[in-house]
Design a protein around this ligand. Structure first.
Ligand SMILES: C[S@@+](CC[C@H](N)C(=O)[O-])C[C@H]1O[C@@H](n2cnc3c(N)ncnc32)[C@H](O)[C@@H]1O
Length: 221
C-alpha cells in the first residue's frame, strides 16, 4: 500500500481526479462534459462517495453515462481513482471538495441525477446544519440538478432518514417522493442496481435495514 504522501502525490498527476491546485479545477464549472468527459452524456453525481464503490459500480454498468464521485478525503478518493484507472473507466471522475463548495464547481442544471450514499448521520442537534440533507444543502442540490433529475439517498441511519423525510415534508417543491425503510425487502431494490457501498456492506452484514428515498425538485417553485 502506498503511503499517505504518495497517495496525495498520485492524485496531483491523475486526469480522473479534480482537486484544489489543479488547472482544471478552476475552469470546470459548466464544462464537465467538454473538458473532463469529452462527450455529451448525462452526468450522475455521488455525494460523500468515500472510496467510490458506488460510482465505480454504476460506471461499469452504464458506460453511456458519466459519473462524478465527491468526497473531502483525498485518501478515500485515491482508492476510487485507482480502481477507475485499473478498470480503464473513462466515464468516471472524482472531485475532492467540501460539498458546501459544490456550486463553485457545478453549474445550474449541470447534473442529471444525484446519489447521496451513507453520509455521516450527525445526530447531535448542534450539528444539524452539517447534515447533508439540511435545507441549505438541499437548496444547492436543487440548483445543480437538471429539472426532472432524481435525487436519491441511501442510509442505514433511522435518525437521519426520519430527519430527511421531515425536512422534505416542510417544503413545497418536492415531487414524486418515494421511499422504503427496508430496501432489500422492497420493490424499489432494483433502483440501486445491486451495488453496495463499503458502509452499506458493513451495515447490511450487521443486520441493519437500509433506507432509501428518491424525489425530484419542482423547478418552478
Ligand atoms: C460514512 S462515509 C460513507 C462513504 C460511502 N458513501 C459509503 O457508503 O461507503 C461518509 C463520507 O462522507 C464524506 N463527507 C462527509 N461530509 C462531507 C462534506 N461536507 N463534503 C464532502 N465529503 C464529506 C466523508 O469524508 C466520508 O468519506
Amino acid at each position: 500500500m502506498r503511503s499517505k504522501l504518495q497517495r496525495f502525490a498520485d492524485l496531483k498527476t491523475r486526469d480522473n481526479t479534480l482537486e484544489p491546485g489543479k488547472a482544471l479545477f478552476d475552469k470546470i464549472i459548466g464544462n464537465w462534459r467538454s473538458l473532463q468527459f469529452k462527450n455529451n452524456n448525462p452526468i450522475t453525481l455521488e455525494l460523500a462517495c468515500g472510496k467510490g464503490e458506488y460510482t465505480i459500480g454504476l460506471a461499469q454498468k452504464f458506460p453511456g453515462q458519466n459519473y462524478i464521485g465527491v468526497d473531502i478525503k483525498g485518501e478515500r478518493i485515491w482508492v476510487g481513482s485507482s480502481k477507475a484507472i485499473e478498470l480503464n473507466l473513462q466515464n468516471v471522475a472524482f472531485l475532492r471538495t467540501h460539498i458546501l463548495e459544490i456550486e463553485s464547481l457545478l453549474a445550474p442544471n449541470e447534473v442529471d441525477e444525484i446519489w447521496l450514499t451513507f453520509p455521516d448521520p450527525r445526530p447531535k442537534l448542534r450539528d444539524e446544519k452539517r447534515r447533508l440533507t439540511h435545507p441549505r444543502y438541499l437548496e444547492m442540490y436543487k440548483r445543480i440538478l437538471a429539472p426532472k433529475g432524481w435525487f436519491r439517498f441511501k442510509t442505514d441511519n433511522t435518525g437521519l432518514f426520519d430527519y430527511t423525510l421531515e425536512t422534505l415534508a416542510q417544503r413545497n417543491d418536492i415531487l414524486n417522493l418515494t421511499y422504503t425503510t427496508n430496501l432489500y425487502k422492497s420493490e424499489l431494490l432494483n433502483e440501486h442496481h445491486g451495488i453496495k457501498t463499503k458502509f452499506e456492506q458493513k451495515f447490511y452484514e450487521a443486520g441493519e435495514s437500509i433506507k432509501y428515498l428518491k424525489f425530484k425538485f419542482d423547478a418552478k417553485k
